[in-house]
Each structure stands twice: as C-alpha cells, then as structure tokens.
Design a binder for this molecule. Structure first.
Ligand SMILES: Cc1cc2nc3c(=O)[nH]c(=O)nc-3n(C[C@H](O)[C@H](O)[C@H](O)COP(=O)(O)OP(=O)(O)OC[C@H]3O[C@@H](n4cnc5c(N)ncnc54)[C@H](O)[C@@H]3O)c2cc1C
Length: 409
C-alpha cells in the first residue's frame, strides 16, 4: 500500500515535470529514493502519544504494566517479552527462587502460581519447589497469552527530550527495528534489566572475540570439544561449567574466592534472607551506612549445593589471566553485572546529563523517580536505594505497585 502510494507520487512528479518544463535545462528530477525518504520521515511516521512509556518487557516492565492497566491508565510498553528467561538462561537449569516468589505481579493476582497450576495440572509437582527453567518458560507463555494489553516487540533505540513536537509531550522515543515509529510520552519508566550492564574485567577482555559473558547462554550452549576457562565464583559460573562439561569441553575454572554452597543466592541464613528480601520500603528508610553494609553483606556469591560433585571434579586454575588467551579457545566471564547510568546506550547524552547520580547510579526518590522529573528506574539498578530484593523477581511486587501508585500523584 505504502509502496504503491510512493510509486504513484513519483509517476505524478515525473509527469508534472515533463508537462510544465519539457526542455528546460534547469529541470530537476527528484529521485524515487529521495521522495521515499521524505514521505517516510514526514508523512508516514507512525506517531504514538501516551502518558507513560515503559522501556522493558521483563518481570519489572510487565509487572508495572499490569498495575497501570488495573488503574485504567494509558501507557505503552516496548521490549522483548521476558528476554532474560527465554534467551539468556540455560534450558536445563532451575530457578533459585521457588514458584511463589517468582510470580509476575498483578493487582488482582491473575498470574499466581495457583491459577497457572489450575490451568496446567501437569506441572503440579513443582508447586513448592524450585522450578526448572523450561517450566518457568511455560508459565511465562501462559502469562503472555493472558496479557490484557499489547506489548511492542521492539527495543527503544533512542530516548531524548522532544523538541518542537506538536503533542507537547516531554520525551520522544524511536524504536530500533520499526524506526518509523515515534513515541511521545510525558513519563518514562526504565525497566530494561541486565543486558546493558554486563561486567567483563579489563584483563579478560584483551581479545574480546574470545570472551563470552555468561549472560550469552545460547553461545555457551553451542560450544563443544574445545578448551574453555570459566572465570567467576557464583551460580552462573557453576551452571556454565555443567553445560560445558556435558558438551565434552575441556573445562578449567578460575575463582578468586573460596566457594560457598547454599540454596539461597546470598551468604546468610534463609530466614534473614527472606526477611530482608521482603522489606524494600523499610530498606529505603535506613541510613545510608546501614544500606551500604547490608548490600556488602549480601554481595558474596553462592552456589547451589547440588553443583558440588561436578565442581569438585573440575580442574581449578590460578593462571595469570593475561596468558589465558594462549591456552584456552574461549573464556567464559561469569563475572556478573555492574549497573551504571552510562551503560544505557538508548539514553541521549542530554537526558543522562540531567540525571543526578551517585557512583554513576541514578539517585532515586521513594517512588523510584530520578532527579529528572518524569524519568523512573526500576529493577537491579535500584538495589542501592531499595535493597537486594530489586535484583530478584520478588522485588517487582513492591516496586511495580509503588511506581504505579505514585506515577500520577
Ligand atoms: C542467569 C540468571 C538467573 C537468575 N535467576 C533468578 C531466579 O531464580 N530468581 C530470581 O528472583 N531472580 C533471578 N535472576 C535475577 C533476574 O535478573 C530478575 O529476577 C528479573 O528477571 C529481572 O527482571 P527485569 O525486568 O529487571 O529484567 P529482564 O527480565 O532482563 O527484562 C529486561 C527487559 O528490558 C528489555 N530491554 C532491554 N533494552 C531495551 C531497550 N533498549 N528498549 C526496550 N526494551 C529493552 C528487554 O528486551 C526485556 O524485555 C536471575 C538472573 C540471571 C542473569
């Protein structure tokens, strides 16, 4: 339809030029490409106006969308639906959280494990257990099929202040694949998860093409029959090692810390962990020295005890990392994530400069709003303000309810 319209316009243009200036040496023919570009940029731009743009369709983005939908608010959500769980986790692994603490938040609890198990009794055996990733993916497919609003399956390529727009909205976003779509919004919630914050130590990254971050699980699953070094002392390192050994790789492991085997992801007792994890609101009110202390206490990685037999057999190395590139075909950097405002490639430098940070992490108020009014951050990047829960699915219940409640005050 669009192409026919453009071809028609080109033909009309050529006809008009011939009719009115048949022999003039000054006649300028405008190429079809130029007309196409002009029309795309000016006439066929798909414009979406909204009050709230949610960037990210993971646990946090979808949770917030559920709460805003419940309040009958206008919003637009863009991102790859549950990208972490569908594309960046190992198929044969289990979640560390149990089912009840891995539910997607909804104001009427429509995505509870109970409702899912009622629809899918074949998964009943997992009710009070750690879920295999494939069962969690089935749960997320069920969530997706029951969503009450559309999700734009695309990424935001650029978010900037609007200039000279007719809709008088504050922020303008352009999509990555569908570049012709411009989203005008008053408020933006950034819930874009981990993918922008992969941390690879400098000394490992001398030959970047040899290094794979553990987030790239699909790439790791494809490796077979080669010499691999896994660097890191947490659950991702353990999972990578198991996957690599199954595929006949010759695996060595470099971990700077002694290994702590525990069911929960941090090195404290289960009751204290579950208490801390449920108290994001309280954490916000703690003095900053106490917040720092708690985060430090909870930063030591642990590995599920089930991995002990495999890890005890793997070759441990203390190779100077510098020489590793000569010995190993691939290095897996299971070295976690470091949140920084600078990492968000889709934020314009003007927006970044307008946001006050502490150690390059946005300063947030009690409703997750940054110092740039109208821009909110949630998920792991809010950990320093709202506690360790924000690094996990369970933190989304507090965060999404809180943001949805305060977004329109
Ligand atoms: C290997 C691994 C295992 C984990 N296991 C557990 C567990 O068992 N239990 C637990 O509670 N937590 C676990 N976590 C923590 C996990 O990060 C959180 O639980 C949660 O999934 C994070 O949700 P999120 O919405 O912040 O991010 P994600 O789920 O990563 O979602 C991010 C969203 O942002 C989108 N996005 C990114 N960039 C853009 C852009 N430019 N424009 C638009 N959208 C964009 C993505 O497409 C995606 O939709 C695990 C993390 C990892 C890495």
């Amino acid at each position: 339809m669009k192409n026919t319209f453009i071809s028609l316009l080109c033909a009309l243009h050529a006809f008009a030029v011939r009719l009115y200036a048949p022999a003039s040496p000054h006649t300028i023919y405008i190429s079809k490409d130029k007309i196409y570009q002009f029309i795309n940029n000016n006439l066929l731009m798909n414009v979406i106006n909204t009050n709230v743009l949610i960037i990210g369709a993971g646990v946090y983005g979808i949770g917030l969308a559920n709460h805003l939908y419940g309040q009958k608010r206008s919003f637009v959500i863009a991102g790859k639906f549950m990208d972490l769980w569908r594309n960046h986790t190992f198929e044969n692994m289990e979640l560390r959280s149990d089912f009840s603490t891995s539910e997607i938040t909804h104001p009427e609890n429509r995505f509870s494990s109970d409702l899912f198990l009622r629809d899918h009794p074949e998964f009943e055996i997992y009710r009070n257990k750690h879920l295999p990733v494939i069962v969690y993916r089935a749960y997320l497919n069920w969530v997706e099929n029951n969503l009450e609003y559309p999700v734009i399956n695309d990424l935001i390529e650029n978010l900037d202040f609007c200039t000279g727009n007719t809709s008088k909205k504050k922020f303008c976003a352009v999509l990555k694949i569908n570049k012709n779509t411009m989203i005008y919004s008053n408020k933006v919630v950034i819930a874009s998860g981990l993918s922008h914050h992969l941390f690879i130590p400098l000394e490992l990254n001398q030959i970047p093409e040899n290094v794979i971050h553990s987030y790239e699980s699909r790439k790791i699953e494809k490796l077979g029959n080669i010499k691999v070094l896994v660097v890191g002392g947490g659950q991702s390192a353990a999972e990578s090692i198991e996957v690599l050994i199954k595929k006949n790789n010759d695996v060595s492991w470099l971990s700077r810390h002694s290994t702590v085997y525990l069911e929960q992801p941090v090195n404290i007792s289960t009751w204290l962990f579950s208490m801390i994890i449920k108290s994001s609101g309280l954490f916000y009110r703690c003095p900053s020295w106490l917040r720092k202390f708690i985060i430090l206490l909870l930063s030591r990685p642990t590995i599920r005890p089930g991995f002990k037999p495999i890890l005890e057999k793997v070759t441990k190395t203390d190779h100077v990392v510098k020489s590793s590139h000569m010995i190993y075909s691939k290095i897996i950097s299971a070295t976690g994530f470091k949140y920084k405002l600078d990492n968000y490639t889709f934020l314009s430098s003007k927006i970044k400069l307008s946001i006050k940070t502490a150690h390059n992490i946005p300063v947030l108020d009690k409703s997750f709003q940054s110092t740039l009014r109208g821009v909110y951050f949630t998920g792991g990047i809010a950990e320093t303000r709202f506690g360790t829960a924000l690094k996990f699915i369970i933190g989304s219940h507090y965060a999404c309810k809180n943001i949805a409640k305060n977004l329109f005050d």
